[in-house]
Design a protein around this ligand. Structure first.
Ligand code: ADP
Length: 211
């Protein structure tokens, strides 16, 4: 990934090549009302830095490499919807023992705890379960609502929130997962989950797609 700052004219050339490429140097010059000779240094820089590639008799084309600026712009527009995972919900009255079994069977690190109306009442993490396990309590009779982190102290997000803001919430709250919620008439429904894994997936995806 190049961090080279492009001049205004180079940005224009990039846009033309993106829109019309493959395109000859002559045609780019024509669109900018400049001569081919004037453009030559810019085209040389853009090819050398790897933003553009050129093939004889074909012309210039976009290599798919993005400037950091374009990458950041793209990232800042991404929202939760489309990147969330399925949430794993568990009733508040089940035992810590059953919650531990669920963590294994569902292969998740965080469970979202709901009441009998399927409304969000708490969150249960692996460390919450470990803490209870090293205590003296009997795990098969200890209900999870005793040990969970409870509402209103739950960090949540919604489908149209920006992913970058959710990533910041994960960091600031020092947590692994955030429930994606919808406000219902008399409570909160959990419709998804964003974890550090989802954010990591976005990170990888950004390097694979071009602008
Ligand atoms: P772990 O405890 O396995 O490292 P986390 O870092 O996610 O997992 O959890 C740390 C603490 O924060 C736990 O007590 C957990 O109940 C709580 N927690 C986890 N997710 C949330 C959330 N979205 N909102 C509020 N508290 C949370």
């Amino acid at each position: 990934m190049s961090t080279i700052e492009l001049s205004n004219r180079q940005e224009k050339i990039m846009q033309i090549v993106k829109d019309f490429g493959p395109i000859t140097g002559e045609s780019i010059a024509e669109k900018l009302c400049l001569t081919r000779a004037t453009l030559r240094p810019d085209l040389a820089i853009l090819t050398m830095t790897g933003f553009l590639d050129a093939r004889p008799r074909v012309g210039y084309f976009h290599t798919g490499k993005n400037s950091n600026h374009l990458l950041a712009e793209k990232l800042k527009k991404m929202v939760v919807e489309g990147y969330e995972s399925t949430p794993v919900l568990i009733n508040e009255n089940v035992s810590v023992y059953d919650a531990i079994v669920t963590v294994f069977s569902e292969d998740v690190g965080t469970l979202f705890v709901t009441d009998s109306n399927s409304h969000l009442v708490g969150v249960l993490s692996r460390k919450d379960l470990l803490r209870a396990s090293i205590g003296q309590q009997k795990l098969s009779t200890l209900p999870i609502n005793i040990i969970m982190t409870r509402m209103p102290n739950i960090t949540t997000c919604q489908k149209n929130d920006l992913l970058i803001d959710v990533a910041k919430k994960l960091i600031n709250a020092q947590i692994d997962a955030i429930p994606v919620i919808e406000e219902a008439a008399n409570g909160i429904k959990v419709v998804g989950r964003i974890t550090k894994t989802n954010i990591t997936r976005v990170f990888v995806e950004l390097t694979e797609n071009d602008g």
